[in-house]
Design a protein around this ligand. Structure first.
Ligand SMILES: Cc1cc2nc3c(=O)[nH]c(=O)nc-3n(C[C@H](O)[C@H](O)[C@H](O)COP(=O)(O)OP(=O)(O)OC[C@H]3O[C@@H](n4cnc5c(N)ncnc54)[C@H](O)[C@@H]3O)c2cc1C
Length: 291
C-alpha cells in the first residue's frame, strides 16, 4: 500500500517527526532512535527543515538515508523561507532523484525576534504558492501544516481554515496539525474544516511531554493551550515520573482521537524514541492498531 493510500484509506496512519541533529553524537543517537522506530511499524517519518533553510543538506541526506537504507517512506519538510524559486527547484529535484515520495510544504517562521515574515527575493510569500509550484512540476505527495488553535499570525481559526482550503486547492494531499493537548480543540477544528470543504486527511500532531518545563516553551513557541487536566496530571512529579505521565497522557489523547475517527497520528519525538515507542506499543496492546 503506498503512502497516500494509507493516508486516505480506512486504516489509521502512524508517523513520527525528527530533526537533523547539530553534532556527530546526535547523528549516531538518531540512527539508534530510528532503528527502534522502524521496529514499531511506522507508516512514514518526516524530517524537519531548519529555520531559514539552515539544514538544507542535512535534511536531504537524512531523508535519503531513512528512505533508502531503512526503507521507511519519508517526508522531507521544505520551507519558502530563505530560498528563491530556483533554489527550491534545485532542492525538489534532488529530493525527487533520491526517491523521496512526499514533501511537507511550509512557509517557515519569521526570523527570530521579528513578527513579520520576509519573502525571499524571487521566492514565495505563502505555503500555498509553494504547494502550487510543486504540484505543477513534480509528482510528490504534498503535505501542509494546519493549526487547530489558529496560526499565531491569524485573526481567527476560521480564516486559517480558508487558507487551509486554499492549500488543498493548490494541491496539498494531506495536512498535519500543530501540536495540541486538548482533543476538543482538534475535533472542533476538524469539524469546522470539513464544513468549509476541506476533504484531505487531517493528521493529529501529538507531542508527548517529557519535562514540565517544556510546557511554557511550547506555549510561547506555538501558542498551544495547556489544559489544567495536563498540568494537574504532571504536578509535583519527579522527572522520571513526568516522562511516564507524558506517555500516559499522550496514549489517552491518541485513543480518544481514534475513537473520534482521526485519520492519522503524527508524533513529535524531539529525536527521542522512548515516549513515541511506548505510545505506539500502548495503542497496539489496547487493540487500537492492526499488529
Ligand atoms: C506540522 C508542522 C510542521 C512544521 N515543520 C516546520 C519545519 O520543518 N521547518 C520550519 O521552519 N517550520 C516548520 N513549521 C512551522 C511553520 O513554518 C510555521 O508555523 C509558519 O509560521 C507557517 O507555516 P505555514 O506553512 O502554515 O504557512 P502558511 O500556510 O503560508 O500560513 C502563514 C500565515 O499566513 C496566513 N495566510 C496563508 N495564506 C494566506 C494568503 N493567501 N493571504 C493572506 N494570509 C495567508 C495564514 O493564516 C498564517 O497566519 C511546521 C509547522 C507544522 C504545523
Amino acid at each position: 500500500m503506498d503512502m497516500l493510500q494509507k493516508l486516505t484509506g480506512p486504516e489509521l496512519s502512524l508517523s513520527c517527526e525528527y530533526f537533523p541533529p547539530r553534532n556527530p553524537s546526535g547523528w549516531s543517537a538518531l540512527y539508534a532512535t530510528l532503528a527502534t522506530a522502524h521496529e514499531t511499524g511506522l507508516d512514514f517519518v518526516s524530517v524537519t527543515y531548519g529555520a531559514g533553510g539552515s539544514t538544507r543538506q542535512k535534511t536531504i541526506s537524512l531523508v535519503e538515508r531513512i528512505q533508502n537504507e531503512l526503507n521507511i517512506d519519508t517526508i522531507a519538510h521544505l520551507t519558502c523561507a530563505g530560498h528563491s524559486r530556483a533554489e527550491l527547484q534545485a532542492i525538489l529535484s534532488e529530493l525527487q532523484a533520491t526517491g523521496i515520495p512526499a514533501v511537507m510544504a511550509l512557509r517557515g517562521d519569521p526570523p527570530r525576534g521579528s513578527h513579520d515574515f520576509v519573502q525571499y527575493p524571487d521566492g514565495f510569500r505563502y505555503a500555498s504558492e509553494l504547494i502550487d509550484f510543486i504540484r505543477r512540476q513534480y509528482d510528490f505527495k504534498i503535505g501542509c501544516a494546519c493549526y487547530p488553535e489558529g496560526h499565531p499570525e491569524s485573526a481567527n481559526v476560521q480564516q486559517d481554515i480558508e487558507y487551509l482550503k486554499l492549500k488543498q486547492e493548490c494541491g496539498a494531499d494531506f495536512a498535519v496539525t500543530q501540536l495540541f493537548f486538548d482533543n476538543d480543540t482538534f475535533f472542533r477544528f476538524r469539524d469546522a474544516a470539513r464544513r468549509a470543504g476541506v476533504t484531505i486527511p487531517i493528521i493529529a500532531g501529538l507531542m508527548p511531554v517529557t519535562a514540565v518545563s517544556q510546557l511554557t516553551r511550547f506555549q510561547s513557541l506555538c501558542g498551544c493551550a495547556i489544559p489544567f487536566k495536563l498540568t494537574d496530571f504532571l504536578q509535583g512529579e519527579a522527572n522520571e515520573d513526568v516522562v511516564e505521565r507524558g506517555i500516559a497522557y499522550g496514549l489517552k489523547q491518541a485513543e480518544e482521537l481514534l475513537e473520534g475517527g482521526v485519520e492519522g497520528i503524527h508524533l513529535y519525538t524531539l529525536n527521542q524514541s522512548r515516549s513515541s515507542t511506548a505510545i505506539i506499543a500502548g495503542l497496539r496492546a489496547n487493540g487500537r492498531l492492526t499488529p
